[in-house]
Write a protein that binds this ligand. Structure first.
Ligand code: ADP
Ligand code: MG
Length: 694
């Protein structure tokens, strides 16, 4: 007791005094400090607050009964088991144990009074319980006053030990209120202490359905607190980064206007809107942290190029990074095509660049002669030194990890000697994210959305075709290519083995080339040397190759408007967003485009659902919403979330109102009640920066 009190006085008492094994097991449950035990909430409850007469026990019910053992035997029908009968005068009940210890035979000796909790079912000999929880009692031993919490646990950590640890934490930890009462009143939420005590030890007369469905006000308080902690930590982080210095990249207009005039198209309304947001942001002395979302084909690249030009107009360098060499290469070409006529020098850095060329580029970058640098992750290698990096554009940002983005940001303070100066950051993503997720996981970013496609696109027609009809599909591909159009043939994703995937691509290519002697069939996959990749892509772009067999490396960004047919093999193996990205490679020109999803074998319910969603929807946001429901937020967000625990209590599909409230409350607290904000963060994060990201 003395130790508990001493520990409680410290700000974040550790779990001292427990064995190493216990600490490890608690660690697995995400419990690192004593307060985490308070936040370890029950999954469900057993009602052991009243004893049910055996005669009233209905099959399917979980309940507590009490009776005298009349009979206890080891039986061998159908296999070795301990079978025990108890009676309470009103009726008889069989207890059945398939695994048991010798000691159990003793405690269940005839004549003993036992109290048993379990689920009733109808056996051959009437009502029975299999593996009930039981203990020997005296007849009038008191029953529990509260429902019995059942906690999420892990091997080696029994409910009883966990309950004891949690009960002790509830005694020793401060459960004082962190939030202003006016806020709680306006949201109709109970105090923290009341909520926590109720959830750990609910009274027997509570509305169990509300507890189980996690809609009880006590649950809503915990969810709100969790969301608030997340919002607070992300806003704090946002402000901290925002406080750094950055190059002031004013809108001057000369180069930007020159490119706008040269483009063969007009920007869409949505492109103009986001461009204005970006141009204003980078004109400030603080680093922009903006996520540009836009569905596949919405025209993000040109927006990035225009932003980069504003940077160049101010005498600073811009970097553009893409996750694959194919995509980076394509950007390099596009940028060169657009910008060389404006006398803007674009450099190219990727793994496949020749040594001597690379040396040349590196020195141009360091001198500042190269004004825009396009590349892959090779961009943030140490040897790449910018003279004055003003803007970093990261395409398909969800494909990069946190550390990679950090490394590029660090390039901003390289040469100038101004340590706290950071480049403006523009992150782009074609993985549309439902509003709830954006509000939650991107609360540390400003978000711009391109919500329309350029005019003149005809929607892609999607067809689901069983593998048995492969021949028809092959015929279709031939017709399209002979007609002067082009097609992609995407090989199946084989997650278990890259070698196998490569082999499949090689086989498919050989087979299709044989089937179509009159066509040129190209092949592109992840293992090709970059020069080879480039050769194939260029030939496809120029129409010399009519059919391109590809692995999923073409998933992101590739832009060949004349390609109007895509076949995806084993579509049932692919994720929704991946299929959406792949399908976005066609439908970029004026011709009507088709995407054929070949599927094979019996579909799992999940695969069937995915194919249905992709068949029925073309809007990326709608698809992402379904994806969220099918996969949950963790997988949907990809690399960004690595190492970041997901929300434990709040459910973004259900608790939108709480998320809205938490976001408003976070702003209010940071502005008016900084101490409350601090106390709340300390309680929920305990000094760990769980929700902080770059
Ligand atoms: P994404 O947003 O998927 O990266 P891209 O930037 O690759 O899309 O653009 C897709 C295609 O649309 C490109 O060929 C691009 O040149 C073209 N494009 C971009 N903006 C417009 C526009 N406003 N009008 C017509 N075509 C456009
Ligand atoms: Mg793109």
């Amino acid at each position: 007791m003395a130790r508990a009190r001493a520990a409680a006085a410290a700000p974040h008492p550790s779990l001292s005094g427990l064995s190493a094994g216990t600490l490890t097991r608690l660690g697995k449950l995400g419990i690192a400090r004593r307060f985490d035990l308070v936040l370890h909430l029950p999954l469900r409850y057993d009602d052991e607050t009243s004893i049910c007469p055996i005669a009233d026990a209905q099959p399917g019910q979980e309940l507590l009964v009490q009776g005298t053992v009349t009979d206890c035997d080891i039986k061998y029908r159908p296999k070795r088991q301990l079978v025990c009968r108890i009676s309470d005068g009103s009726g008889e009940l069989t207890l059945r144990f398939l695994n048991f210890y010798g000691s159990q035979v003793k405690t269940l000796a005839p004549g003993n009074m036992v109290r048993v909790f379990g689920s009733v079912r109808l056996g051959h000999f009437g009502a029975e319980m299999v593996h009930p929880r039981y203990r020997v009692v005296v007849a009038d031993a008191p029953v529990a006053q509260v429902l019995t919490p059942i906690y999420p646990t892990t091997a080696g950590m029994g409910q009883d030990s966990l309950r004891r640890l949690i009960a002790r934490a509830l005694d020793s930890e401060s459960l004082a209120e962190t939030l202003p009462s006016s806020l709680l009143e306006s949201l109709g939420l109970p105090s923290f202490e009341a909520a926590v005590r109720l959830l750990h030890n609910p009274p027997p007369d509570i509305a169990q359905a509300a507890l189980q469905g996690r809609v009880h006000p006590a649950w809503r308080r915990m969810k709100f607190d969790e969301l608030l902690a997340q919002q607070l930590s992300m806003r704090v982080h946002y402000r901290r980064r925002r406080a750094a210095g950055a190059a002031v990249l004013k809108a001057r207009g000369k180069l930007v206007n020159a490119l706008l005039q040269r483009l063969p198209f007009q920007l869409t309304r949505a492109q103009n809107t986001v461009l204005a947001q970006i141009r204003e942001d980078i004109g400030e002395a603080h680093p922009m942290q903006r996520l540009l979302q836009g569905d596949v084909g919405s025209g993000k690249t040109v927006v990035a190029a225009l932003a980069a030009l504003q940077c160049v107009e101010n005498g600073y360098q811009a970097a553009v990074m893409a996750p694959t060499e194919i995509l980076a290469e394509q950007h390099y070409r596009k940028f060169t095509e657009w910008l060389a006529p404006l006398n803007v020098r674009v450099a190219w850095i990727a793994g496949g660049v020749k040594k001597s060329d690379k040396k040349q580029w590196l020195s141009e970058i360091e001198r500042g002669d190269a004004q825009i640098v396009v590349g892959t992750h090779a961009l943030f290698e140490e040897e790449v030194v910018f003279k004055n990096l003003g803007l970093a554009v990261i395409d398909e940002q969800h494909r990069f990890g946190v550390h990679q983005r950090l490394a590029l940001r660090a390039k901003g303070s390289n040469k100038s000697g101004q340590k706290d100066r950071q480049p403006h950051q523009l992150m782009m993503s074609a993985t549309p994210i439902p509003r709830t997720l954006a509000m939650s996981y991107y609360a540390d970013l400003d978000v711009s959305v391109i919500d329309e496609l350029p005019p003149g696109r005809t929607p892609v027609v999607t067809k689901l075709v069983a593998e048995e009809r492969r021949d028809e599909v092959i015929q279709r591909v031939r017709d399209a290519c002979v007609d002067g159009r082009q097609a992609y043939w995407v090989c199946p994703l084989i997650e278990e083995s890259e070698t196998l995937q490569l082999q499949t691509a090689l086989d498919t290519h050989a087979h299709l080339q044989q089937t179509f002697p009159e066509l040129r069939v190209g092949l592109v996959h992840g293992r090709l040397k970059s020069a080879e990749k480039q050769q194939v892509m260029t030939a496809f772009k120029n129409g010399e190759v009519q059919l391109l067999v590809a692995t999923t490396v073409i998933e992101v960004g590739v832009d060949v408007p004349n390609a109007s047919l895509m076949v995806i093999e084993h579509a049932e193996r692919m994720g929704l967003s991946q299929m959406h990205q792949l399908r976005g490679r066609v439908g970029r020109g004026a011709a009507e485009s088709t995407c054929v999803l070949l599927y094979q074998g019996k579909l799992t319910p999940n695969a069937r659902e995915r194919l249905k969603v992709i068949y029925e929807h073309t809007d990326g946001f709608e698809i992402a919403r379904h994806d969220l429901n099918l996969r949950g937020p963790g997988e949907l967000l990809g690399a960004r979330q690595s190492g970041v625990p997901m929300l434990r209590f709040a459910d973004l599909a259900l608790d939108l109102d709480l998320l809205d409230a938490a976001r408003d409350a976070a702003e209010m607290l940071l502005r008016d009640e900084p101490d409350a904000a601090k106390a709340h963060l300390a309680r929920w994060l305990g000094g760990r920066n769980e929700y902080l990201k770059v």
